[in-house]
Design a protein around this ligand. Structure first.
Ligand code: R2B
Ligand code: URA
Length: 289
């Protein structure tokens, strides 16, 4: 968890720290609520956070009538035994709010060691739809290994590291699932930011140019494109928290732009990333008993 030397000292001067987006505060009994947390699993949609919480409960032997903690206006947060399942919305601004507020909660709760795992969806690059990509590296929309954030009107660059041991642990339980490892690229936009041709506005590139870009990304090892990994990897690196990114691909971006799978197919695909993470959680928790 956030060690004292990485924690923001300014917070000690606040009479109460309000986690506005979750409707919780440091005056809640956070140690009782979250003191035993060891894993934070994050996915974009509130519905997926809930179904995943239920699956975790069934798999780990907890009651499956899960209910969200705090308010659900913005995000949905569930806790099942030592695992949090939380939604992070779409994009890095939304993801960063979750990372700051949850990390503070877990620090106040005096959690010992916690792993952050994003369990999400993505567009694949040269892999069949339904492939689960366990990231071994993250790059930005400019294919760089740094996360850019504007602070006080100036751009700052932060390194982005994922935890190799978690990634290996995830790969080791792949068994029958179609799992690969590779670089995950994170962008600030689903359409033009991901080289799509099907946005509302005419793009400033043509088919040949975007294929060139895809080939450049492929040569760097990029296997999928999504919208939150850089924020997670940069935050985790700064905080000293081990993190992983596991995203299923919904389509192959070399073949097209539109996500045309049926709701059933999409549920089956995103279920694969969750299944992989569930196996990992189970194994880790069994080992530590
Ligand atoms: C994957 O899917 C979402 C966009 O459809 C976004 O949150 C992401 O990273
Ligand atoms: N999520 C993304 O960010 N991109 C895709 O192509 C599919 C899901």
């Amino acid at each position: 968890m956030l060690s004292p030397d990485r924690f923001n000292n300014h917070l000690h001067s606040l009479p109460v720290d309000v986690f506005y987006h979750f409707g919780l505060a440091s005056t809640d009994d956070l140690a009782a609520m979250f003191g035993d947390v060891r894993f934070v699993c994050m996915g974009g949609s509130p519905l997926r956070a809930e179904t995943f919480a239920r699956e975790i409960a069934a798999e780990l032997g907890y009651p499956t009538d899960v209910a969200p903690l705090g308010k659900t206006e913005r995000y949905s947060l569930f806790k099942v035994g030592p695992v949090i399942s939380v939604s992070h919305g779409i994009g890095m601004p939304s993801m960063l709010i979750v990372l700051h507020e949850i990390s503070k909660m877990l620090r106040y709760a005096q959690c010992q060691s916690v792993q952050y795992i994003r369990v999400g969806t993505s567009g694949g690059l040269g892999v069949p739809p339904g492939t689960v990509v366990v990231a071994n590296q993250v790059v930005s929309a400019t294919l760089e290994k740094t996360f850019r954030q504007v602070e006080l009107g100036q751009e700052r660059h932060y390194p982005m590291e994922l935890d190799a041991t978690i990634a290996e642990g995830l790969l080791s339980v792949a068994k029958d699932l179609p799992v690969v490892t590779g670089t995950t690229m994170g962008t600030d936009d689903f359409y033009e930011g991901q080289a799509r041709m099907d946005g509302a506005l005419p793009p400033n590139y043509d088919e040949a140019k975007r294929q060139q870009f895809f080939q450049r990304a492929l040569a760097m090892g990029v296997r999928n494109i999504e919208m939150e990994a850089p924020a997670l990897a940069a935050f985790a690196t700064r905080a000293g928290i081990p993190a992983a990114v596991v995203c299923v691909t919904l389509l192959d971006r070399l073949q097209g732009d539109q996500v045309t799978s049926t709701p059933e197919e999409l549920a089956e695909f995103s279920g694969r990333a969750q299944k992989l993470v569930l196996r990992y959680l189970k194994k880790e928790l069994e080992h530590s008993e």
